[in-house]
Design a protein around this ligand. Sequence first.
Ligand code: 4AD
Ligand code: MG
Length: 480
Amino acid sequence: TKRIKIEALLKSSQANIDVTVKGWVRTKRGNKNVNFIALNDGSTINNLQIVADPNLIPEDILKLVSTGACISVNGTLVESQGAGQKFEINAQSIEILGAADPEKYPLQPKKHSMEFLREIAHLRPRTNTFGAVFRIRHAMAFAVHNFFNDKKFFYLQTPIITGSDAEGAGEMFRVTTLDAKNPPLKEDGSVDYKEDFFEKETNLTVSGQLEGELGALALSDIYTFGPTFRAENSNTTRHLAEFWMIEPEMAFYDLQDNMDLAEEFLKYLINYALENCADDLAFLEQRLIDEEKNKPANEKSEMTLTEKLRFVAGNDFERVTYTEAIDILRNCNPNKKKKFQYLIEGWGTDLQSEHERYLVEKHFKKPVILTNYPKDIKSFYMRMNEDGKTVGAMDILFPGIGEIVGGSQREERLDMLLSRMNEMGVPTNEMEWYLDTRRYGSAPHSGFGLGFERLIIFVTGMANIRDVIPFPRTPGNAEF
Ligand code: 4AD
Ligand code: MG
């Protein structure tokens, strides 16, 4: 008989049919009369129970059915007597596809710490938690394309190797075929990139935005969705050196339109997860509840995972300007508590994550869109406001996450853009292609970037960004 995935089997309406299932053994228990095997093939969080009769299945085979082993089972699908499962399989035969020495297999049927699982990142997809996270990650990627396809946005593939610094922040990984220890030098002693593969300095992209702008000023509405790279040395639970970003870019959108789209997009993705990932979310929710059991009451979450998702998807985000946010932070701190003290005189300084979290979690108690930041703390391409001090930026801050989206209306006026680039020391000679969009048929346009892993943290309730990407890259860590 043909192999059927467990997810499809458990949805089946038919019992008493012969089936073949293949997967990895989670647990085996039983006695000399009967064995119960919990089998998982990754298609769902739910295990399928295999009932194996030692009179039917040879002892030498049953011995090799241990946690982690891969087996193929032929049997009859029957309605289950046990609680919590609709079906089980009465095994007629079992084949060992790949044994797993119980003495050595690192994943035992018990709770492992996330730190331990990160050390065996090559095996962690076989745990319930990571299976759930990676299935949700897939669903979210699929939903991203659905959302934009429905809106007639075009998926634009922007380059991973670039010759420009899209954020102007200098946090790039160099791409070169030169001998790093002994590069060819020019007469003045600087590296001669004419000898390099691309005959110029190149880097891994930090953002597809600038190329995305070219797309928007031709196709009206585009989005990118790809890996981006940042050599910032921040060892936090919210930063990766390699992360995925979704960057829509829209001609004729102003900052309001941009915020409306971003809010609608985030709510769509969260609703999609609620509607399509219910089993995995229920598992992750229970996992969080178990984790919090031993915490004191004041440290427990006010909402469960799905309550939080429903709340965010069902309520308007708060929209405030940077200047209003600074006032709120000043006034929340009448006694000049040390924590926020630098803000007292600090219009113009960037918000720290503790400030962001205060606004979202304590003050507004909902997602916040912060707009119109001081120009000096934002990128060169953001549109200058009338006041000459602030730019048309918008960041979306989420509970438990901080910044999840960063975006802006773009500076479409050539003279303004040039003067900002000069002011910020962004080399214009490498960016004539970008400036041409403003020279020929320039148009008001806007866009934003959603950090895909930050979205996945929010939706899954995982605590660390290293645990929502299959192969995390962080400072000092590039396994595989
Ligand atoms: O705010 P950022 O740097 O904005 C841009 O790159 C713009 N070019 C986007 C645009 O307007 N098209 O990054 C956007 C988002 C952040 O809000 C955050 O969610 C995520 O990308 N992000 C990171 N995620 C994981 N690890 C990092 N090191 C990240 N840096 C940014
Ligand atoms: Mg940002």
